[in-house]
Unconditional design. Structure first.
Length: 83
């Protein structure tokens, strides 16, 4: 069980800003992974994180998407970060 609640965009009890954020993430990524669901508990922090991730991983780069993903995965394995 998660210690931080994982929020879902279908939950009508959530503030509209939070639901909108989760919908935006889902549209941009194709699905909402748990890190975004957890971070949505603080929507302003989640938006800041999304902006940083977008700049670092999908910003202007000389790498194509496949090579960028390979670099990301290589760094992940090298640093023993398996989430």
């Amino acid at each position: 069980m998660a210690r931080i609640p994982l929020l879902h965009e279908e939950d009508s009890d959530l503030p509209e800003e939070t639901r909108a954020y989760l919908r935006e993430v889902g549209q941009a990524r194709g699905r909402v992974v748990n890190i975004y669901r957890a971070m949505a508990n603080r929507t302003e922090a989640a938006r800041a994180f999304s902006g940083l991730a977008g700049t670092v991983y999908r910003g202007k780069t000389s790498l194509g998407p496949k090579h960028a993903e390979l670099a990301y995965l290589t760094a992940t394995v090298t640093n023993n970060c398996f989430y």
